[in-house]
Design a protein around this ligand. Structure first.
Ligand code: 5RP
Length: 242
């Protein structure tokens, strides 16, 4: 019998995650990403702790990642205790040809960016559907974490920049999505993003924008999972500074 489409997708995500977890070595402090693909990596790290006696500590990027880490027997730590991480494994929503990313459809972008910047290496795990030539393709938004007080100002600024922002509503309750940090999320649409470096810096200076979902020059390796294997994309990390 032919596998179902969702089974093929889950297999692809898992394949990418398993490849990424091969980077984890004994004694590492690892950033634990959020979302359904990163979840496979967390589960695999848990398995290696159980079966190989691997000693690692995890810094979760969200409440979801925290709970999953605890469930899978990964001891968690904080950036206060371990400010410099060996590695972070995380998912992404779009990845362009230079390995720039859009993240944050799960609303965890701020902690994800802080943890990624604290890590020597950022390994991204995706399925093929996330690969694009140019960020913003298929009308994909850039998620923004925004202080509730600043929402009207940020919406006006995005409009002035030629974009359009949509307030993210919760699927699980009435009203807004509230992030793990108590903020709201705006999804900002800019069409094709030809210069993500510039856009990231323009978003950074809007008062009340806590963080934006553009991760420019951050990823070292992207594993693109397929149902039959994994493709590896590598990059020299340049790290964006505005
Ligand atoms: C959450 C994220 C996720 O990593 C991103 O949304 C990808 O998630 P998934 O692997 O479930 O597609 O950035 O803020």
């Amino acid at each position: 019998m032919k596998p179902r489409k969702d089974e093929v997708l889950e297999k692809a995500k898992k394949n990418a995650a398993l490849e990424a977890v091969k980077h984890v070595k004994d004694g590492y402090v690892v950033g634990l990403g959020s979302g359904s693909t990163a979840a496979y990596a967390i589960m695999e790290i848990g398995k290696r702790i159980k079966h190989e006696g691997l000693r690692v500590l995890g810094v979760p990027t969200s409440h979801q990642a925290f709970l999953l880490a605890v469930k899978n027997g990964i001891p968690v730590t904080t950036l206060e205790e371990h400010p410099a991480l060996d590695l972070t494994i995380d998912g992404a929503d779009q990845v362009d040809e230079k390995l720039n990313l859009i993240k944050g459809m799960g609303g965890a972008l701020t902690r994800e960016k802080i943890v990624a910047h604290s890590s020597k290496k950022l390994v991204i795990v995706i399925d093929e559907s996330k690969r694009v030539k140019t960020l913003g393709e298929n009308n994909h938004p850039v998620p923004l974490e925004v202080l509730p007080f600043a929402v009207p100002l940020v919406m006006r600024k995005i409009k002035k920049m030629g974009g359009k922002s949509v307030f993210r509503e919760s699927a699980g309750k009435v009203g807004p999505v509230v992030t793990d940090n108590g903020n709201f999320v705006l999804d900002a649409y800019f069409g094709l993003i030809q210069n993500p470096e510039k856009l990231e810096c323009e978003l950074k200076v809007i008062p009340g924008v806590v963080e934006n979902g553009l991760f420019v020059g951050m990823a070292n390796i992207v594993y693109v999972g397929k149902s039959t294997g994994v493709e590896t994309l590598k990059n020299k990390r340049s790290r964006q500074t505005c």
